[in-house]
Design a protein around this ligand. Structure first.
Ligand SMILES: C[S@@+](CC[C@H](N)C(=O)[O-])C[C@H]1O[C@@H](n2cnc3c(N)ncnc32)[C@H](O)[C@@H]1O
Length: 103
């Protein structure tokens, strides 16, 4: 597969939709900051309030809202497993992986 159309570009896409189109072992480095879904323990959208209310300590500072942060624990876990399966597939041997993740 010719990967030149992907080089030095930024794409805005659902990560799974994007990753499944890539061939095996073609990526040198992955850096992620996925939705944390903090507080979504019991049911879908249990903690689906706005980002400022959820993460802000100083409510006078507004944070941008972002999609995908209202999953419950099980949905989040399954989704991340699917994403990580793709990461494992597309990363080359001796490649790099960095993640920001609130636990
Ligand atoms: C914790 S925020 C990252 C914020 C970013 N580091 C910043 O400083 O602006 C999580 C990001 O994941 C994005 N996101 C949520 N679901 C996604 C998906 N299925 N595929 C790709 N990105 C997704 C959200 O739009 C959001 O920008």
């Amino acid at each position: 597969m010719d990967l030149s159309p992907y080089l030095n570009k930024v794409f805005r896409a659902d990560c799974l939709d994007f990753l499944v189109k890539l061939p095996d072992s073609c990526i040198d480095c992955i850096l992620i900051d996925p939705p944390y879904c903090s507080g979504g323990v019991k049911s879908l959208n249990a903690h689906n309030t706005n980002t400022t209310a959820k993460y802000g300590t100083d409510r006078s500072i507004a944070y941008y809202d972002f999609v995908g942060d209202g999953k419950d624990q099980r949905v989040w876990g399954l989704w991340m497993q699917s994403v990580f399966r793709q990461f494992e597939r597309v990363l080359k041997n001796n490649s790099f992986f960095f993640s920001e993740q609130e636990v």
